[in-house]
Ligand binder design. Structure first.
Ligand SMILES: [Zn+2]
Ligand SMILES: [Zn+2]
Length: 367
């Protein structure tokens, strides 16, 4: 394997008309730009693909290759599969840094129909990371000055979105409170007995059957490898109205992750979210003091999907010999990452918390 830098190696894909160099997608101008002579090559932006595709047809056509010009690399360490253009070669896994990575003969899978192109350039992403790390107040004080930042890689993360029209027959158990007066007696220190009345709450239960229809639009399911899972949630949301038709030009200088969650498994996750939504709706529209959704039988019709790519900058920093991953939303610049914690600072904070509670307790107990 040659030691070619992924983002600088030449491909024949997007040749500069002026000098023949390889033009790369430039987030700051939202066009291709030649890094050698600065020639700008405009990308014609369309949104014709912003339509829902039929899910059952996708299952039949699941082996349709994305493009012959893409290579899929498999990481033997973390299992991530990355998609590179043309003759680009990956030496390291962008997700775990391992060099145990090899080219496969797999095709890139279902071609994405839409993409949010990178809006945040590498230098901006680095600046946003620096600001983020300066605000890790519970981190050791040395972190700000003595961490080493690894190179940022721009990666398109695969997502599925699903729509479906649902109709559900359901059974709910409804509890209605009612109050019954109850008498009781107390005896004081002198042996005098008094009779009092109080209202006691009881609950009457009955079962109801009902029918509920609801349409779910763009249930977003990420299809990525697991190790960025917890961080991806934290950099949401992405503004999906900025989706444009996918073109290979947006990949120039970037890589894409091959979806690790197939379209069927993605639909099962989406269905779980849809089911939770249906239960919440049924609970919300049923009158009663207590509503327990007992049974829901749902038909999912008109299931459609979109396969989309969303941009993130992925990297890590090192501190005291440990590696901490972080990601930057390539559209909004929002940062999420793991950071070391200073036990001295945390302990002080806990002690401070205990002191405040103790003071409040003393204050109110003396009132
Ligand atoms: Zn050029
Ligand atoms: Zn890996």
């Amino acid at each position: 394997m040659t030691h070619t830098d992924v983002t600088r190696s030449a491909t024949a894909n997007f040749k500069c008309p002026n000098c023949g160099g390889n033009a790369l997608f430039d987030p700051s101008i939202n066009e291709l730009r030649c890094p050698f002579c600065e020639t700008v090559i405009p990308i014609e932006r369309t949104t014709l693909n912003n339509i829902e595709l039929d899910y059952t047809e996708a299952l039949l056509a699941a082996n349709t290759a994305w493009s012959d010009d893409l290579r899929v690399f498999h990481c033997n360490n973390c299992g991530a599969e990355t998609i590179l253009q043309g003759q680009n070669v990956a030496d390291f896994c962008s997700f775990c840094g391992s060099s145990h990575i090899e080219k496969t003969d797999d095709n890139a899978g279902i071609r994405p129909s839409l993409v949010i192109p990178f809006h945040i350039a590498r230098t901006q992403a680095e600046a946003m990371f620096k600001e983020w790390i300066s605000k890790r107040y519970l981190a050791p004080s040395k972190l700000k000055t003595s961490h080493t930042l690894d190179r940022l890689t721009g990666i398109y993360i695969p997502y599925w979105t699903y729509d479906t029209q649902t109709s559900s027959h359901y059974t709910v158990k409804i509890g209605t409170h009612y109050y019954v007066p109850e008498t009781y007696t107390t005896t004081d220190a002198n042996g005098n007995t008094t009779t009092h009345t109080r209202m006691v709450q009881h609950t009457r239960w009955h079962t109801e059957n009902g029918y509920h229809e609801e349409f779910f639009d763009d249930v977003l399911i990420h299809a990525t490898n697991k190790n960025t899972d917890h961080l991806l949630r934290k950099i949401e949301p992405f503004k999906l109205h900025d989706l444009v038709d996918y073109q290979d030009a947006y990949l120039s200088g970037f890589i894409a992750e091959r979806y690790a969650v197939p379209i069927e498994a993605g639909w099962r996750r989406a269905r779980d979210e849809v089911d939770a939504g249906i239960s919440a709706s049924i609970e919300g529209k049923t009158r009663g003091d207590i509503v327990i959704v007992q049974h829901v039988d749902t038909a999912y019709d008109a299931i459609t999907y979109k396969h989309i790519l969303l941009p993130i900058w992925l990297s890590s920093f090192q501190f005291n010999g440990k590696i901490y991953p972080f990601i930057v939303n390539g559209q909004s610049g929002k940062v999420a990452g793991d950071a070391p914690t200073s036990w001295v600072k945390v302990s002080l904070l806990v002690l401070l918390g205990i002191a405040v509670i103790a003071m409040l307790y003393l204050y109110f107990s003396n009132q």
